[in-house]
Design a protein around this ligand. Structure first.
Ligand code: RAM
Length: 508
């Protein structure tokens, strides 16, 4: 007989299933044909130059061999279809290679792939067609703005028309009003790009990226949900994601850091300590935004269990140590010491536990959570705060990083104005990507540095916008456009969930 935990998991996966959102579609057509040009001032050194404008009824035609690059004019997530026909003197199968690109470099440069992730994420299809006529519908869902067709036929002409993408999202774009004119044009543009990013990641779960990894990650989900509460307000999708996590805990009761929907919901292999801790805040934020206290009450034991699990890494004095049993994420920055930032994440999550516990009147749990939060805050000041620099330090090397100051500030452990102090330390370890930049901006708001926060949004996300981003990127270093945690910039995701948060700051 199935035990109670299994029964609960099955029940929760059913709740998740019931909350599968409605999907919205739109048909998008290519706007123009382009060529790729090397341009040192453009993102990753490549620009797109218009060849011809392109209208929905237009036909692409050639004989023998041809290459066409189409620009859809906006970022699309969906299925591509087109109609094919050939001259009567057709004498050989038609070979077609189709490559999709979120950004120009993906098709401007050949895929000489040596990255660490599966090559299958690079979006391309090769087909050989014996009888080229009628509508061709490509098999996958693609994420792109540009499509390259490379075609090879025989001694005949071929014709390509009705090229279109049927897009898909669970975001209801009608629910959104643009930011008021009182915001600067730069910030309004950043907001629009952020919402496009979120919309394209909103599918039957909050995906981290519609090109890659196309799955639900807890750390990304928390940030997407925050933006969603102030924009599309799809509470059903948030509920589905919470129940998927709760329904897929492992034998220790720990929720996975990522999960897959197909062929049936199942957990990924990664366990990130900071993500695990953040389940509690994510549940609280959902309850506050949606008013759905029933879900919060039902999943409260799961959230408490996550806190208990991460506390196993904290010593009797309240200090976090890396036992190497977990993946400590925080950011992709190489060499970043995670001790102090993790200490901050756990304190923050405990405090959110107190808040949710109070909403649900769970006095027993609140008592021990309070004790732990107090102990960890005291240990943070005693062992990780350096009175000379007036900054938090991390690990044995006593590393000074933005990550440590940001997370301690968010956690409310502020023996000094560390967010302004760090600005005077040029060699402090900086964030490498938008996920940590989000928390730096949040810490600035918490510290009352509203002007600095808005400047950072305009500078960092604004730089991506200036470089032509249609949606915000997974990783962005203004000094190194080809930075990739996976040793290949082409496999980076250029529409990435965790980068959509400027809209949260601008709209909340
Ligand atoms: C990557 C994804 C995802 C992130 C994890 C840590 O695989 O980009 O967004 O949450 O790493």
């Amino acid at each position: 007989m199935a035990n109670t935990t299994d029964m609960k998991s099955a029940q929760w996966l059913k709740v998740a299933q019931k909350n599968t959102p409605e999907l919205h579609h739109k048909t998008i057509y290519p706007q123009r044909t382009i060529t790729m040009e090397q341009d040192p001032g453009a993102f990753q050194g490549w620009g797109a130059k218009q060849q011809h404008s392109f209208n929905p009824g237009d036909v692409l035609e050639a004989g023998r061999e041809a290459e066409f690059i189409l620009d859809f004019g906006e970022y699309c997530v969906g299925q591509l279809s087109f109609a094919l026909s050939v001259e009567e003197k057709y004498d050989a199968p038609l070979w077609i290679k189709i490559s999709f690109a979120e950004v120009v470099s993906e098709i401007a440069e050949p895929f000489e792939y040596q990255g660490t992730l599966g090559r299958g994420w690079l979006q391309e299809e090769i087909m050989t067609i014996d009888y080229p006529s009628g509508i061709i519908q490509l098999p996958r869902r693609y994420a792109f703005r540009y499509v390259k067709f490379q075609i090879c036929g025989g001694w005949y002409r071929f014709y390509l028309k009705d090229i279109a993408c049927k897009t898909v999202t669970s975001a209801d774009v009608k629910a959104i009003a643009p930011l008021p004119e009182s915001f600067s044009p730069v910030l309004r543009r950043i907001d629009r790009i952020s919402l496009d990013t979120l919309k394209n990641c909103m599918q039957t779960v909050f995906e981290d990226g519609p090109k890659r990894d196309r799955r639900l990650w807890l750390g990304d989900f928390r940030l997407q949900a925050l933006v969603n509460y102030h924009s599309f307000k799809n509470y059903e999708l948030c509920k589905r994601c919470l129940y998927l996590f709760a329904g897929l805990t492992d034998e220790r009761g720990v929720i996975p850091s990522c999960l897959f929907e197909k062929p049936a919901p199942h957990r990924g292999q990664d366990f990130i300590l900071d993500y695990t801790a953040l389940f509690m805040p994510t549940l609280l934020e959902y309850a506050k935004a949606s008013g759905d206290l029933d879900t919060a009450a039902e999943l409260w034991p799961v959230a408490v269990h996550q806190l208990k699990t991460v506390l196993e890494e904290v010593d009797s004095e309240g200090l976090f140590h890396d036992s190497k049993k977990w993946w400590l994420f925080i950011d992709w920055q190489e060499g970043l010491d995670k001790q102090a930032p993790e200490q901050g994440v756990v304190i923050f999550s405990l405090k959110k536990g107190i808040e949710l516990g109070q909403m649900l009147n769970n006095s027993d749990d609140i008592a021990w959570i309070k004790t732990q939060a107090g102990k960890m805050s005291a240990a943070a000041v005693k062992y990780l705060f350096d009175p000379v620099s007036q900054l938090f330090v991390s690990g044995e090397t006593r590393q000074i990083s933005w990550a440590s100051q940001a997370w301690m500030t968010i956690a409310g452990v502020t023996p000094a104005p560390v967010m302004s102090n760090i600005a005077t330390v040029p060699d402090a370890v900086k964030p490498a990507g938008p996920y940590l930049y989000h928390y730096v901006v949040e810490a600035m708001y918490v510290a009352g540095m509203e002007r600095e926060a808005q400047t950072l949004i305009s500078d960092y996300w604004g730089k991506m916008a200036k470089l032509g981003a249609d949606t915000f990127w997974e990783i962005f270093d203004p000094e190194n456009h080809r930075l990739s945690p996976y040793k290949c910039h082409q496999i980076n995701s250029y529409c990435h969930a965790w980068s959509c948060t400027p809209s949260y700051f601008l709209r909340a």
